[in-house]
Every structure is written in C-alpha cells, then in structure tokens.
Design a protein around this ligand. Structure first.
Ligand code: FAD
Ligand code: SF4
Ligand code: SF4
Length: 462
C-alpha cells in the first residue's frame, strides 16, 4: 500500500551520549518492515529523475519496486548491475546532493530514503548469500591496478568479471584505500569493506599489499613484466598544511595520519601498539567530512573538548549536513569564522595552544563563496594540546615523477581523456581522486568503471 508520509522512516541509531564513547556503527540500518514501508513511499516515476542524480545511474525505481515485492535479492541484482559497492555507497554517498535531491517526493516533504534502502538491500544480501562469486574463464590478458580504493577495486572487479588476470598493487598493508584508512569504523564497519575485497578475490583478483609503485617497482617495470594495461587509482593522500609557525610541534597531526593511526592501525583498541596522543583538548582545523571524522574520533579517544576551527560560516561548511549534525549531537564544538595563525608550544615543543583570529565574510571569490577576511585586533588563544590539520589533500607526486610521459595538472592531478580515463601514456588509464583531487566514493567507482570498459576495448583490439 502506498505510504503518503512526508517524512522518511527514521533509521535506528545509537544515542549520541552512548556512541561518542565507542567505535561501533552509529546508524543501525532498517529492519525488513521499515524498508518495505519506506519503499512504499516511492511513486515509481516513469522518467526516473532520481536515477539521473546517481553518478553510476542505478535503476532506482526498479530496485525499490523489488523491495516492495519483498524480492530483496532481485533488488540487489538490479543495484549491482551499476554499482559494485552498494553496502559502502548506501552508507557514505552524499545522497542529499545526488539521487535524493532529484526525488519528486522531496518537493512536498522528505525524499525517499534511497541510500538507506540501498544499504538495507546490500546488508540483506551479505547476511544471506552463501554462494561464493564464480571465477570467470581467463581471457589471457594481464592488467595491473595501482591502489585498492574504490576506483581501483571497481576497475579490478569489472575486468576480472570479463576474464582478465588482474593484480592490484597497494602501498599499505591492507586493501581498501580511504574506506579502510580514512572513514572511521563507526561510519563504515571494516568487515563490510573486507567482504567486498573477498568477493574480488573469489573472482580471481590478486592483491599485493606493501607495494609502492614508483618505489618498489615502476609502471615501466610492470609493462616489462607482461602487464598489458595499467590503471592508476592511487588517490589523493598527500596532506596539505597551513605553513603557520608551530606545525612541527608534538601533538600536531594531519587528519590523514591521525585517521590512519585510529582506523587502519586500530589505535582505539586497548590491545593496539599504535602510538596516538590521547589529548584532552583538540582543535581540528577545517570543515569537510574528513574534519568531522577526525573530530568524532578524537572524542571517542577520550578528549574532553573537541573544536572544529573553520574560517567561513556554517553555510559554507563543506561536510555533509548529516555528519555536521552527528558531530554536534556528540559534543563537538564549532568555532566558525575563525582562522589559526600560530600553534603555540612549551620548551619541549609540546602543543599548548592555538592562536587564532576572527574572520568576517567579504566579497564572493572565484568559487562564488564569500571570502573570509580577518577582523582587526581579534586574535585570541584556544587552550588545546592537540591540533589536527584537515585542510585538504592532493595526489602524491611519486607516480608522476617515476613514469615517463605521464601528464599531470600543476596541482598534481593526472590528466585523462574523460570518456575513457586514458592518460597521456598509451595503455595507462587513471581515475578517482588521483585525477579529480579529493572527491567521493561513488565518483571514484564511476571512474574505475569507465576505465575498465575502455581497457577492455583497448586490449580486445591488441
Ligand atoms: P583512495 O580511496 O584514496 O585509494 C587510493 C589507494 O592507493 C590507497 O589505498 C593508497 O594507499 C594507494 N596508493 C597510493 N599511492 C600508491 C602507490 N604509489 N602504489 C600503490 N598504491 C598506492 N567520500 C564519500 O563519498 N563519502 C564520505 O562520507 C567520505 N568520507 C571521507 C572521509 C575521509 C576521512 C576521507 C579521507 C575521504 C572521504 N571521502 C568520502 C572521499 C572518498 O573516500 C574518496 O573520494 C575515495 O576513497 C577516492 O577513491 P580512490 O580509489 O580514488 O582513492
Ligand atoms: Fe544514490 Fe549513491 Fe546509491 Fe547512486 S550510489 S543511488 S547516488 S546512494
Ligand atoms: Fe521513487 Fe523518488 Fe525516484 Fe520517483 S524520484 S521513482 S519517488 S525515488
């Protein structure tokens, strides 16, 4: 029966003052009954506006119709025609600016909870599927994939399904890219990522970890070894700093380092040997998703006060609204229109404070956002013992500097042909954050898909 409620079904979640002390998943997912009830809010629009908002064009009304019929496996099959990581995207996609933004139910209420339904379908499949994925017959062609984030995993999976002999080379000791080293357990449990990686292995994908391409071996050497095409999905993991005095003090982290220690190296577990500062008062500089993740991790590590320090106003915060809301509910303080100018330290170079200035919004800049300008005589000191810099990342220059003929932008992004993902070097394709700079999981996946299709066409001609 159609559900005319203007509101989405709420997703059961841990309470804020419980969850801010543990690393278990915050949102608990729909029950079968809640999922069917939410699916009944969908009007099955003929022109599928929601699908137009999904970067990989999932047939949203079709999969939601299957949920209405209680055919959850059927729904899963429809989603996985377009997306290989539905349990991940259902959790972390910025749905509010993609599929859900275009949903007609959003005009007079809240849109259909497409992301939550996608998550339900993927979790249901993962809980009930027993058959391992079948390894297709080999077509004899070898492809190397550099990096095991969403772009690399998607490219590898799509090629393996077509019979390619794919090896993924990953610099870290565990595969998954940002999904394992960046996004915290409480937003994306790591067993979900591991499940996706296991499926790739069942398809025959070989994953070699601790392999830094450009150091352990170069792209030229991969070709010499017999790989016929290479996909670069090495992400944008090089952190930026503000270049203010004191950034070398003890207690200053880049968000990437902090999150890697917490997530990949499990510093939050009592049994972990990973060193991490259990700071009391933490300032996180920046206003994106990465900053929210770092702030929420710092709280869970036991900090008494965690502040987001952001130089623009609430309207310009680049993080997803839901992440900002969750951070506030958990006790993170927002110091908006505030910019750090110096990190203060004691005689042993331990952080003792963050000197800031107040800002006000001036004229719009090239991005259309009003530029923050310093208020005169407004400096003050925040009492903190840890500063986490989260002001962006860029692609690591290692691959560019060790690969002949690979054209990049000034800021480091690899130049590609957008239709195919082909770089300036024949046989070498690229996609994801390594090309666009820090973006989203679903865009990286889409880029991996585009390149896999183009690599298939290229190798079938050779
Ligand atoms: P990555 O995921 O960065 O993977 C690249 C991999 O390549 C890494 O494992 C790296 O170790 C490896 N590598 C690098 N250099 C080499 C080399 N030389 N040799 C071998 N391997 C190499 N997006 C969302 O959509 N929703 C979110 O909620 C969200 N939250 C985020 C939170 C954090 C903390 C971060 C950091 C990012 C977040 N993002 C989010 C962004 C999203 O995770 C990225 O856009 C996406 O992971 C990019 O995928 P990728 O495959 O291009 O690269
Ligand atoms: Fe929406 Fe992301 Fe799923 Fe596409 S992949 S339907 S954008 S949640
Ligand atoms: Fe359903 Fe909304 Fe898509 Fe229409 S736009 S088919 S109501 S999800």
């Amino acid at each position: 029966m159609a559900n005319l409620s203007p509101k989405k079904n709420e997703m059961p979640s841990q309470l804020p003052n419980v969850r801010n002390k543990n690393f278990s998943e915050v949102a608990l997912g729909y029950t079968k009954e809640q999922a069917i009830d939410e699916a009944n809010r969908c009007l099955n629009c003929k022109n599928k506006p929601c699908t137009g908002g999904c970067p990989v064009a999932i047939d949203i009304p079709a999969f939601i119709s299957k949920i209405k019929e209680e055919d959850f496996e059927g729904a899963y099959q429809i989603i996985t025609r377009s997306s290989s990581l539905p349990a991940v995207c259902g959790r972390v996609c910025p749905q509010e600016v993609q599929c859900e933004q275009r949903c007609v139910r959003g005009k007079n209420g809240e849109p259909v909870a497409i992301g939550r339904l996608e998550r339900f379908v993927a979790d249901y499949h993962n809980a009930h599927a027993t058959k391992p994925a079948e390894k297709p017959a080999s077509n004899g062609h070898r492809v190397a994939v550099i990096g095991s984030g969403p772009s690399g995993l998607t490219c590898a999976g799509d090629l393996a399904k077509k019979g390619y002999d794919v090896t993924v080379f990953e610099a870290l000791h565990l595969a998954g890219g940002v999904l394992v080293y960046g996004i915290p357990e409480f937003r994306l449990p790591k067993n979900i990522v591991q499940k996706e990686i296991n499926t790739l292995k069942e398809l025959g994908v070989n994953i070699e970890t601790n392999m830094v391409i450009g150091k352990t071996e170069s792209i030229d050497e991969l070709f010499e070894e017999g790989f016929e095409a290479v996909f670069i999905g090495s992400g944008a993991g090089l952190p930026r700093f503000m270049n203010i005095p004191g950034e070398n003090y003890k207690g200053v982290y880049s968000a990437n380092e902090f999150l890697t220690r917490v997530n990949l190296m499990k510093a939050y577990k009592d049994a972990s040997h990973t060193p991490i500062l259990h700071a009391k008062k933490v300032a996180v500089v920046g206003g994106g998703n990465v900053a929210m993740d770092a702030a929420r991790c710092a709280l869970r590590l036991g900090a008494e006060e965690v502040s987001i320090v952001y130089r623009r106003s609430a309207e310009e915060l680049p993080a997803r609204a839901e992440e900002v809301e969750h951070a506030k509910e958990e006790g993170v303080t927002f110091r908006l229109l505030t910019n750090p100018v110096e990190i203060l330290g004691d005689e042993h170079k331990f952080v003792t404070g963050l000197k800031c200035v107040e800002m006000e919004l001036g004229e719009p800049d090239a991005s259309g956002r009003r530029s923050p300008v310093v208020k005169e005589n407004s400096d003050f000191v925040l009492d903190v013992d840890c500063v986490i810099m989260s002001i962006g990342t860029s692609p690591n220059p290692l691959i560019k500097s060790t690969t002949k003929g690979l054209e990049t932008q000034k800021w480091g992004g690899i130049v590609i042909d957008e239709e195919t993902g082909l770089t300036s070097r024949p046989g070498v394709y690229a996609g994801g954050d390594a090309v666009t700079g820090a973006a989203t999981v679903i865009l990286a996946m889409g880029a991996g898909k585009t390149a896999a299709k183009a690599i298939d066409e290229y190798l079938q001609k050779h």
